[in-house]
Design a protein around this ligand. Sequence first.
Ligand code: GLN
Length: 295
Amino acid sequence: MTRKEWKIRATSRLSGTEAPALAAALLLCHVLGIDKVALIAHSEEEIPPLAEAELELLLERRLAGEPVAYLLGRREFYGRDFSVNAHTLIPRPETEHLVEAALEFFQGRENIRFLDLGTGSGCIAVTLAAERPSWKGEAVDVSPGALEVARGNAEAHGVSERVVFRQADFTLPLPFEAAGFDLVISNPPYISEEEYAGLDDGVRNFEPRSALVPGPEGLEHPRAVEAAARALLKEGGLLLMEHGHLQGEACRALCPDAYWMDRRTGLDLAGKERFLFAVRRSSVEAPGLSGDAAV
Ligand code: GLN
C-alpha cells in the first residue's frame, strides 16, 4: 500500500475521533521516520510491510481512544518536543501561559532560582531552564515513572545540569531551605472527583488519574502549593499556579493578605480564569496594601 492510500483509509477509519487526517499523518511520519514535507512529496511510495503492521497496531490503539501524544511518545510544549508516557500528563497549551508569565515577570533578571511542584513530564521546569540559561531550579514529583521521563527531557534539551529532579510529595514538608526560591510554579492536580467523572474517555482511560485529581474537592493540592510557596519563596518571590477555570476566586482566597500581595488571575486563550499569580509579601509589611484583581 502507498503512503497516500494508507492515509486515506486510516482517516476514514478514524472518522469520529478528533482530527482524523492529522492523526493519520502524524502516525505515518512517526513510523516511517519522515517529516510532513516528505510525506506530501513522496506520497506514492510503498509502505514496507513491517511498517504497515506497526501502523495497524497504532491505529487500533487510537481507535480504542488512546491520545495521539502517547502513541507518538511525545508532545510539543512551548516550541520543544517532550517525551511523554502513561506516567505523565500530556502537556497542555494552557500551561504555556504559566511559563510565559514567569519569563515576563523576571524579564532581564539573571540567576533566578525556581521550584516546580508536580513536574510530570518536566515541561515547565525544562522550558524555563531552556529559555533562560542563567536560571536554575528544582522539580519534584511523587511518581518515579514521571521523574524518569522528566530527567530524559531535561537531558534532551541540554538543561540537566541546571534542573534537579527529586522524588517528593509536595503535600508534605519539602527538603528545601526556607525562603530559598524566587519562583514557585506548579500545574497541580486540580480536578474534583465529580468533574473527573465528566472528562473525556481519552483522558480518563489513559492519563494518570493522580496527575489530575488531588481529592474529592479539587483544591487539596492547590492548597498545598500555596503552603509550600509561602514557606519557600523569598520576599518578593512569585507564585504561579494553574487551576481550573472555576477556581480563580477560590485560589486567590488561598493566599492570605498577611503573606501575599498583587494577587491576580491570568486568563487562558479561551478567556477563562486559568492561573493564580501572587507575590510573597515581606513578613514585616502591613497587610492590606494591595488587593485582588482579575486580569
Ligand atoms: N507539570 C506537568 C504539566 O504541566 C505535570 C502536571 C501534572 O501532572 N499535574 O504538564
